[in-house]
Design a binder for this molecule. Structure first.
Ligand SMILES: [Zn+2]
Length: 327
């Protein structure tokens, strides 16, 4: 396949603790190819870097785009990053600390690399190409392994005085005695409504003798439980999973209501693995729960909708920041 010359292409990379997703986009942000690899953080940062480079190389090969035609690679990392230097300060899921990721990946691939936080990348995609593209004030809630949030005010992403704003997963939704959260507190939204929390509760209840189709679906190995398995069990009518997802929806609704009452956004936009897998089932329940806590709630006042980007929000956001931030 013949491609036009010039650096018109961008690569978006969504780096998670479990999987690496790389995608190549043309100048009009159309997806040409996407490749996936497991992350394997246990092998160490050097090995993960190698897997990321392989994943990018494979995506470029499939799309027949030469390295020289790529303006930049934009990577969304689950942690605190210094975008100017490309250093990942802390990424707990990857076990990285002060890792000069941007520089190393760029040296390996001979393409400029832009490193941002993964939620920032997802919010950028929602803002420019997803459900937020005609809005100036909205909040994104990404429900996956954890719960991340992006706040857009007056068309700008809000990050707070020290760049740590938008940590909506750590708002307290259970006043006392709630489950422990990865942040060290108890009763955070993430500790009761993320995919991680849902999976933990399914495992605990099964260990207590509750029956669930999840047991067979993961071949008895809880480490293999993904959003898709939870979604399949829900759709099959599994009683345990339905109960736990319904509880999660109640809490996500409470979280959305708190954000709506404080920020008066035009919309709350939901994304992330669990919403991609089960959004049409979860959204009505989330809205119902939210309306019970929002002042003067009506559908006209504020919309609660899904991102409209499916699984591609992360890679698309990476490609968008690659274009805007690469020098
Ligand atoms: Zn927390």
């Amino acid at each position: 396949m013949k491609r036009p010359s010039g650096k018109t292409f961008a690569v978006g990379l969504d780096l998670g603790g479990t999987k690496i997703l790389a995608a190549v986009f043309d100048g009009r942000n159309r997806l040409l190819a996407r490749e996936k690899k497991s992350t394997k953080p246990d092998l160490g940062p050097g090995a993960v870097l190698g897997r990321i480079a392989e994943c990018v190389n494979e995506a470029l090969a499939v799309s027949a785009v030469p390295h020289t035609a790529v303006c930049a690679i934009g990577v969304g990392v689950p942690g605190m990053v210094d975008t100017r230097s490309g250093i990942v300060r802390v990424a707990p899921n990857l076990r990285w600390k002060d890792f000069p990721f941007g520089k190393l990946l760029s040296a390996r691939l001979h393409i400029p690399v832009v490193v941002v936080n993964d939620v920032q990348a997802g919010t950028t995609a929602v803002q420019h190409l997803g459900a937020g593209r005609k809005l100036r004030d909205f909040v994104c809630m990404f429900v996956g392994t954890g719960i991340g949030g992006g706040i857009v005010i007056g068309g700008q992403q809000y990050r707070g005085s020290a760049g740590m704003g938008g940590e909506i997963g750590h708002m307290t939704v259970i006043a006392s005695g709630g489950p422990k959260c990865g942040c060290g507190n108890r009763g955070c939204l993430e500790a009761v409504a993320s995919r991680g929390a849902i999976v933990r509760r399914v495992i605990e209840e099964m260990a207590d003798g509750r029956k669930s189709v999840v047991h067979d679906m993961c071949d008895g190995d809880p480490r293999r439980i993904r959003s898709r398995i939870i979604a399949e069990a829900y759709l099959e009518g599994d009683k345990l999973v339905r109960e736990i997802i319904d509880d999660a929806c109640d809490y996500i609704g409470i979280g959305a209501a708190n954000l709506i009452n404080v920020l008066n956004p035009q919309a709350v936009i939901l994304g992330g693995g669990l919403i991609e897998a089960l959004g049409d089932k979860m959204l009505p329940h989330i809205r119902k729960s939210a309306w019970a806590h929002v002042i003067g709630a009506t559908d006209e006042r504020v919309k609660i909708v899904d991102s409209g980007l499916g699984d591609d929000a992360g890679v698309l956001g990476g490609a968008l920041v690659a274009r805007t931030l690469a020098k």
